[in-house]
Structure formats: C-alpha cells, structure tokens
Design a protein around this ligand. Sequence first.
Ligand code: PMP
Length: 680
Amino acid sequence: MPTPRQSDLTRRLLALFEDVAGTDLAGVAHETSFLELGLDSLTLTQAAIQIKKTFKVPVTFRQLMESHRSVAELAAYLDTQLPPDAAAPAPAAPTAIAPAPQALPTLAPLAPMDGGDALLQAVIAQQMQLMQQQLALLGGAPMAAPATPPQAAPAPAQAATEPAAEPQRYDVKKAFGAIARIHTQPQALTERQQARLTAFVRRYTDRTAASKAYTRQHRPHMADPRVVNGFRPVLKEITYQIVIGRSKGCRMWDLDGNEYIDVLSGFGMNLFGWQPDFVQEAVRQQLELGYEIGPQHPLAGEVAALVCELTGHDRAGLCNTGSEAVMAAIRIARTVTGRNTVVSFTGSYHGTFDEVLVRAGREAHGIPAAPGIMRGMFGDIRVLDYGTPEALAYIREHGDDIAAVLVEPVQSRRPDWQPREFLHALREATQASGSCLIFDEVITGFRSHLRGARAVFGVDADLCTYGKVVGGGFPVGVIAGKRAYMDALDGGQWQYGDDSIPTVGVTYFAGTFVRHPLALAAAKAALLHFKAQGEAMQTQLNATTAAMVAQMNAHCRIVGAPIEIRHFASLWRVTWLEDHPLQDLLFAMMRSRGIHLLDNFPCFLTTAHTPADVAAIVAAFQASVGELQEAGLLPGGTPDALDANNPPVHDARLGRDPAGNPAWYVPDPARAGKYIKYTP
Ligand code: PMP
C-alpha cells in the first residue's frame, strides 16, 4: 500500500507528466509504464528535468526508462530520497477546463525486451526516430509521425469552391505524415520481399553510385539531417540524397548523368521551372551592375509596388525567407494591437523560429515541438484544432486578448482540408475583436491564385506573408497587408515640406541581407512574369494538377493500393491510407524511374511541366505502385492481376482504360448498351 506521502507524490507527478506531455492521464493506472503510456523520449527527457526542478531530486531519462518506469515506481523512489518534511503538501490539482484532447505525436509503445541493454537500445532507437521528426520539422519538412494503425479511408477531398460540410477533427499523426522516418529496429521480411528489395537496392545504387559516394565522402564534416531521412537498417544502402549538379526547366541531372523530372520543385519555391530565361537574364544583368548591401536599392521600391499591385495589399516589406516574414507579422500584430496572445493551429507550418515550432499542450497552451526550445517561449501562444467550432468558440471568447490569429489557409500537410466557412468565420471574429488575421501564404501565395488563398476563399486578411515562388528562385520573403499594420515598420506616411511626422509607433524589422539586389532582380522578373501571364497561368496549372491527381487516384483504386493523392492548386502529395513498413520505397522507386522527389514531401507542378512530363510522372507512379505490390510490400495487385472470374460487382466486365490499363467497366445507367469505368 502506498503511504499517504507516496499518494501525494503520485498526484503531483501525474500533474507534472500531464503538463509536460500535454495530455490527460486521468484514469490511467499508476503502475502503467511510461513507455506503455506512449510517452516519447522527448517527453521523458523534459519530465526528468521538471522532476529535478520540482522535487530537487536528480532523476535521469535513463532512470525513467529502466528503474522508475511508472508514476507509482517514481513516487516510491522519490519518497525514499526526500527528507521527511521535504514533500510538503501540494496545492490541489488545478481544475482545468478540459480541452479537446490533442493527439500527441507519441511513439508506439515499445515491446518489452529481455535485458536492460535491449530496452536501452530500443529507447535510443525511439529517441533517434523522434529527433528525426523534429529535424524534419525544423527543415520545413513534413514532420514524420509514428507508425499508426491502419486508418479508415478518409472522406473525399473537398473542392476549393465547396463549403466545408463538416468540421473535420485534426489528427496530428495523419497531418504530420504517415510513418516514422527513422527506424533503427531490424525488420523481418518474407523471402519474396527480401529478394525484391535486394534487387531494387542493387538497381538503385548502381544507377546513383556517384551520389552515394558523395554522401560517404562528406558525412564526416557535413552535418545534414536530410541525408539520414528515411533510415531503416534494411534501406540503409539507399539512404542518401540524389546529388543534382545541373537543371533546366523541370529537368535535373544527377552526378551520374541520370535525368529526372523534378516534382519536389524546391519545396514549392519553383513555379516556372529551373532557370527560366526571364529570371536568368535579369539576375545576370544585376550581377554585372552589382549587389550592394546597405544603401537603398532602386529595385526594392519596384518590387514592393509590384507585390501591392498584384496582391491588392496597401504596403509591403521585404526580407529573406518565409520564416522572417512570419516572425515580422507576429511582431507587427503585437505592436499594433498592444496584445500578446497569438493563436495558431495544429498541423500548420510557419517556419524555423522558436515561437512557431510549437505543438498543442494542455488547454491549448503551446509546448515545444523540438528539443532546445524553451517551454517558457509559449506563454502567449495558443494552438487550436484547425477548422473546428471549438477553435472558433475559443477565438470569439478570448478575442479581446488575441493579438493575432496565424493561419496557413490550406496546410501543406493536409491540402485537401480547405475550410472556407471557417476562414470566413475567422475573419468575422477577428474583425470584431480587433485581432490581426495573418494568412501565411508562403506556399499558397501567387501559386494558387495571383492573390493567393485570399482570392481562392474570398476572405481578406490583415497581413499576409509570402516567400518561395515570389523570389523567382532566390531567397525573398514578403510581408504585406493593411496600412494600419504595415505602418508599424516605418511610422507611416509623412511628407517633405510641411510639419508632418511619423505618427505610428514602430517595431524592429531588419537584417543584413534583406533586399539583396540579386534576389530583388529575380523577384521583379518573377512578378513581371506573373503580371504578364495573369490569372490564367494558375488556373491552367491547377487544372493540370487536378487531372493528373485524378488519374493517379483512379489507378490506385483499380489496383487496390491504399494510397490517395491529395492536392490543392498545384501542390499534391501522397497520402497513405494504411501503414505498411516499407511503403516509402515508393519514392525511391519513382526516383529510379526518373522522377525527382523526396519521401513524403509535398510535390508541385510547375509551368515547365509539359503534358508529356505529366504523363511520365503518372506512368512512373503507376509502375512504382505496381512494383511495390508485386514485391508484397503493398497490398493490392497490378492491373494485370485483375481476375476476370471475380468481378467487384456482378455485371462488371474487364476492359482497358484510355491509358491501356486493364480496368473494370459497368453498364452506364444513362446510356443503354454503353459501359463506364467502375469506381469502387
Ligand atoms: N510558412 C509556410 C506555410 C511554409 O510552408 C514555409 C516553408 N516551408 C514557411 C512559412 C517558412 O519559409 P522559409 O523556409 O522560407 O523560411
């Protein structure tokens, strides 16, 4: 039986773990081990620090894994370590308003193993997996989530123009990618799987030997998280990035001379293909003229004017990256409103600085999404579920305290979730409370529409942040928006020749490399190109993407592959409807067929992709899905495996679709005697 002091310690420890993990542990048996609770190594490391702080008893992460593995064991241990009067009665547990439970990016509980070493090894494996996720997040990558049980097929994607029917619950695990990106555990494969994998690895490494040699050569001195992405012991030999030495249009060539069609498109910063002539020429000319930093540059005003003209914003400021633009937007919002609280949403990505590397903790309070970020950072950050009535209710209720609501209108991790109604309601609520509505349009800006998501959804924002494509291939970030906010950068309007003075209080916004002339030249060229092309360019590209995605999805349905491509505008990404351990081989298999992409990253079409390029992308995708299925690494079968004696519905007949693939056809109810393709 626990002593009264142990019971008190247990209660305090539970509250501590709930705070650190950002999850509710009510009702959990106190003897349940931390691993069984699914608490990840980041959480346990942070818990160890908090325990030491609170109880003044040093407890290590390793102890939480090995010797004091549950709240009950830990309480008993602390009881032995604390002097008789040290565990003073604790304040009553806070009666918190229960927030909507947030799915934590926890790791799958570890299976018990024999011996401490094995357990420690497993823990280290988890630690590495977690670190990789965090590094991926830091790099703007889709943060990999832990292995999850197979998910039911999600609702079909909503068209951008349709109102959201139902608020969708945000699931962190889904939105941050479908599987863990680093596994250090060995994997058991069937004989067939092993044979196919061995053959593929040989094919891949033979083809890209120079990239592999480069990686081996530079690992000792170059620290690069991307290189280890997707590590698994069985895939170790192909864990390296393709090294690209040259590109033009949508084509790239690697060190071995292989040609690729690029669909990573520079994480979305490339909209016109690599080295479009109009950008090349502008940059070349500027290179000759010079690239001075310090004085004002003639191109700066021109670029700001073009941004305002094309987007309809009052004023614009220039910086180097999307992250810088978001950082400035938040600072401006706080300056102008005189409030502190910033609301953001789970699943959004806003860049690399601490305040946005956040995940939802208890009662929507932000907690660090990566090691090295102070918990204290997030006192004024609230992280809510995107697109939900609860989020709206929170914003309406606390509006008077909210400086800004920071929104990625369509999250790159979840492009099919396009909550139009929610965005309109958000506009109303922030307008009413005088909070700054910030649209982070670093991806959607200029790409989805000339005026970005604001135009797609018919919702105006107070401030918008841009980056990626606006730089024409060079590092440029833009913050633009309403005069009332933007004036906080320079004090607003004043004239020469009279007694006017800057009247608006200013905040800090600077950087050595902001308005770099080469970047300005590229941005101006890109903006002039946008202007000349008009909205038709985006409309056409979006339609091409939708058609390509429809074709790929139809194929997946026919062959029973648990994959769905989700898209918004010209962004598309593979979504796994189930988890299969080596499914990520799909991406390597596509690379081996000449399509350049990174595992589980969003992909982007550009205006440089021709119909033939699109057809090649689809063909490589279909062939790679087929290869995975044939190897027994993904369920379902290749089209040729469709069994004529086993139709999916009684009147289905086998035929071939326009691409020549076998497919099921059923009688068309509208046209007697005609058949249409069967879609399950
Ligand atoms: N916001 C969004 C929506 C983004 O996608 C990104 C980058 N992926 C950023 C901000 C940060 O931009 P950058 O990487 O240029 O700092």
